[in-house]
Design a protein around this ligand. Structure first.
Ligand code: ZN
Length: 446
């Protein structure tokens, strides 16, 4: 990159380092994750259409165990979690032809200052083998996706010891393999209930380090993040053509936030931000949230092993197929869980992302950004705002300036045409919200 920023402002290194986030990372336990994945695998199959009456086998036993775990975690924090089943009967679908209850398990850690603001961590309960309709064969789903659920439980265990400004949701979602039903049910209910969701971190396969491509690597992870909002109107798209924002949806800036957390807090982990919704032609439970316009990413391993995904347990030509425990690296799953935990904590301790961010500066030497004043409940926690900018072909924010508790600021002699800009809100103790790109294209909502 040869174009240098021509100004006297020093490139800033981003948010203040937080000792408490290092503490959170240290508490995430690979042993707990191993125990929980082992328990989830012990239910034999967690197929959505599998048995619900048994206490030891099938999806019913698995979800009741997850609920009991959340309740146990809640007892340890003076009932700090609101734990519930979220169920809906689905029928007439290709992969759920007959009436079946799709039941997710949700635990909410309510925020103290701004409880209607939510960040969500999710994983999927259900598993499958080669035939997606086979609900009786053993289907351990150790990596896909007991790893994600175990991560959610462990993050709940650690984060429930703290109290936050915003709410944190821990979700074990159901019916993923049959058509993303649990995510859809949760996203629609959240919208109905007026949840201001600022982030969904969907964890789907966070434990495999041995790829089908021959790569063995426990130091990278992927964050899938779609570009323009799925529910962008034609009018908004026309405006975006002239103001930019194709690579600055709230989902992309959520991915940048998590990427930054990995750099600052997770030793030996580098995240790859991937500018697409998901793996090529494949799906995950962040999508139903994206469908409704919520910022949502998929966090997962970098090197997948297809011999271990959606496979009948068998050995063929000396190759072992199936998603069994021995294919999960618990330390790696813990590392990705820690990344989730610090990202959730960072956002829930930060103020609300700036609202109604606007930018002006066409045919002027300087760029002016403006945003709404904080709401009454935010006033006590907000210290001020920080403007970030970067060259337009850079993936991560490069420059920043803390501008104080104002609602408008002009960056003198910084030309609007040559950079992308955004604003973060900063708490008194130095926690920062994700960075908000101006206009509808980048908005995190109210
Ligand atoms: Zn799967």
């Amino acid at each position: 990159m040869s174009v240098l920023f021509s100004g006297s402002i020093k490139a800033d290194t981003g948010p203040k380092e937080q000792a408490v986030l290092h503490d959170i990372v240290k508490q995430i336990s690979p042993d707990n994750i191993e125990k929980d994945i082992t328990k989830l695998v012990s239910f034999g199959t967690r197929h959505t259409l599998s048995e619900t009456k048994s206490e030891t086998r099938g999806i019913g036993a698995a979800r009741r165990w997850i609920k009991a775990e959340f309740e146990r975690i809640s007892r340890a924090c003076n009932d700090c979690l609101e734990v519930y089943f979220q169920a809906k009967t689905i029928s007439g679908e290709k992969r759920i032809p007959d009436a079946t209850e799709v039941v997710s398990v949700i635990a909410v850690l309510k925020g103290k200052t701004d409880p209607s603001r939510y960040v969500v961590m999710s994983g999927d309960i259900d598993s499958r083998v080669t035939d997606v309709m086979d609900f009786t064969s053993d289907s351990p789903g150790a990596n896909d996706n007991a790893s994600g659920v175990a991560g959610v439980l462990e993050a709940a265990r650690v984060l429930s010891q703290y109290s936050f400004h915003g709410s944190i949701v821990f979700a074990a979602l159901a019916g993923e393999e049959q058509g993303l039903f649990g995510g859809k049910i949760m996203a629609e209910q959240a919208q109905k209930d007026g949840w201001r969701i600022k982030a969904v971190l969907n964890n789907d396969m966070i434990g495999n380090i041995s790829g089908i491509n021959g790569v063995i690597n426990n130091t990278t992870a992927r964050i899938f993040a779609e570009g323009t909002r799925q529910n962008e109107t034609e009018k908004q798209a026309r405006k975006r053509r002239f103001t930019g924002g194709e690579v600055d949806s709230p989902t992309r800036n959520l991915a940048r936030y998590i990427d930054r957390m990995a750099d600052d807090y997770i030793p030996n982990l580098d995240t790859m931000m991937i500018y697409r919704l998901d793996r090529f032609g494949r799906g995950g439970h962040h999508r139903p949230f994206n469908d409704l316009g919520y910022p949502a990413v998929r966090i997962m391993e970098t090197n997948e092993n297809y011999n271990r995904q959606h496979q009948d347990l068998r050995t063929e030509d000396g190759i072992k197929y199936g998603d069994t425990l021995d294919g999960v690296d618990f330390d790696y799953a813990a590392k990705l869980t820690a990344l989730n935990a610090v990202s959730l904590a960072g956002m829930a301790w930060a103020p609300n992302p700036p609202v109604n961010v606007a930018i002006q500066g066409a045919v002027k030497p300087s760029t002016t950004l403006s945003w709404n004043a904080p709401k009454a409940n935010e006033k006590t926690i907000i210290k001020g705002y920080k403007i970030y900018w970067r060259l337009t072909d850079q993936s991560q924010w490069q420059y920043s300036r803390y501008v104080g508790n104002v609602t408008q600021y002009t960056l003198e002699n910084i030309v609007i045409d040559n950079y992308f800009f955004g604003v973060a809100s900063v708490s008194h103790d130095g926690f920062e919200s994700p960075i908000v790109f101006p206009g509808d294209a980048g908005s995190f909502g109210q």
